[in-house]
Design a protein around this ligand. Structure first.
Ligand code: PMP
Length: 394
């Protein structure tokens, strides 16, 4: 058999650069700023174990039987409550459980995108979303970002020129940019989407990992306040606040899209693992999530401060970056225009790995950028990583 048997759209698909890099990060002695995975040391072992015991003691029908494609009703109800805390009104019927936001994106691309449809992303954007939109054969256009998130004036110029089907963005504590769309730009984007009739896919996995008390209202909440919102599709996940291995996320779908999303979910995998859903619901019932989120926020903030302080001290003359207000990533740019993919060879030789920025662009890559995740290394290792980056400069 040969690769010529592969379908056309899959044969162009590239393996995620980050997954390739993770191989290096497992090598002895290497400090990884590469992967975007949560710190497993912070998982709530006790709470998850208690929830699992409760599932096994009482929840066999929900946990081990086939379930609804929409997802476990009790879990959808709990997610509705969680969303109320984020300022969004979402009832049980508006929510579909997915096997993580990655699946939400895949389902949305398949129900919404025809080959050649224009999807606008941020520059830089989340790599695996690019893969999804490429698989759906979208025509991907990009709009620049700055310290205030996506440049909405630039987007406006684009939507005036071209028939944009959807805008995909991570507005809060972005991956990879670490930046957050300001409230003014949120309002501007929501108004623009109405005026030019495009969809917004709002991907929000990181909003709870907030390093300050300033809350950033989702785009969907902005729209709902004006009695709108039927062109905004919102997805989020338990991956970063509970554990990614459970593979439980959700999507909030407007009424017109519900049937298509549920039918596609059914055709994909019937439903998300009933065991994972029951476990997540039991965990929420223990009431431990708010304290757990608080623990994660504090720990990641501390690590973010440690990394940014060390970068400013040791590499301040070489790098610029926006201080993250939350999330898991720090995005930096070399002032001397250095190519970070080339430079990675030096840093690997010195035992530190990061993700070169070029992989996060659909077009016009800025080769002098890099993404650093600060959440898995210890604070000592973050400082050591920066020392190693410094000696890799020459
Ligand atoms: N969207 C973004 C922006 C992400 O960073 C991630 C995880 N890296 C996902 C979606 C997918 O998350 P999950 O499928 O684990 O919910």
């Amino acid at each position: 058999m040969s690769l010529s048997k592969l379908s056309r759209h899959v044969s162009h698909l590239q393996s995620s650069a980050i997954r390739e890099l993770l191989k290096h990060s497992k090598m002895e002695g290497v400090i990884s700023l590469g992967g975007g995975i949560p710190d497993a040391a912070l998982f709530d072992h006790e709470g998850i174990q208690t929830a699992m015991e409760q599932v096994l003691a009482s929840d066999w029908n929900d946990a081990f039987q086939y379930g609804l494609s929409e997802g476990l009703p009790a879990l959808r109800e709990s997610i509705g409550e969680l969303m109320a805390g984020r300022g969004v009104k979402a009832g049980v019927d508006d929510i579909v459980i997915t096997s993580g936001s990655q699946q939400s994106l895949d389902i949305l691309a398949r129900v919404l995108i025809n080959p050649g449809d224009i999807v606008v992303v941020e520059r830089p954007t989340y790599l695996a979303a690019l893969q999804v939109f490429q698989l759906a054969q979208a025509q991907i256009e990009s709009v620049s970002t700055d310290g205030d998130g996506m440049n909405i004036n630039e987007l406006e110029a684009l939507v005036k020129q071209k028939a944009v089907k959807a805008v995909y963005l991570v507005p809060t504590f972005g991956n990879p940019s670490g930046v957050t769309l300001t409230p003014a730009r949120r309002a501007q984007l929501v108004a623009l989407s109405k005026q030019y009739d495009f969809l917004i896919i709002e991907d929000e996995p990181y909003s709870e990992i907030n390093f300050s008390d300033t809350r950033y209202k989702p785009l969907l909440a902005h729209a709902q306040e004006q009695g709108e919102g039927d062109n905004i599709i919102y997805t989020s996940t338990f991956s970063k606040i509970l554990a990614p291995g459970t593979r439980v996320g959700w999507v909030i779908v407007p009424a017109w899209l519900k049937r298509a999303v549920v039918t596609l979910k059914q055709a994909t995998d019937l439903h998300t693992s009933a065991l994972s859903q029951a476990l997540t619901e039991q965990y929420l019932q223990t009431g431990r999530l708010p304290a757990q989120i608080d623990r994660i926020r504090k720990a990641y903030k501390q690590k973010c401060d440690t990394l940014s302080h060390a970068l400013n001290q040791e590499l301040g003359e070489y790098l610029t970056f926006h201080q993250p207000k939350g999330g898991m990533f720090l995005w930096a740019t070399f002032k001397d225009g250095r190519n970070t993919t080339e430079w990675l060879k030096n840093t690997l030789a010195n035992g530190v790995v990061f993700v070169p920025g070029e992989f996060f662009y659909s077009d016009h890559p800025d080769h002098s950028t890099l993404r650093m995740s600060y959440v898995t290394p210890s604070e000592e290792n973050l400082k050591e990583a920066v020392r190693r980056l410094k000696i890799s400069l020459t």
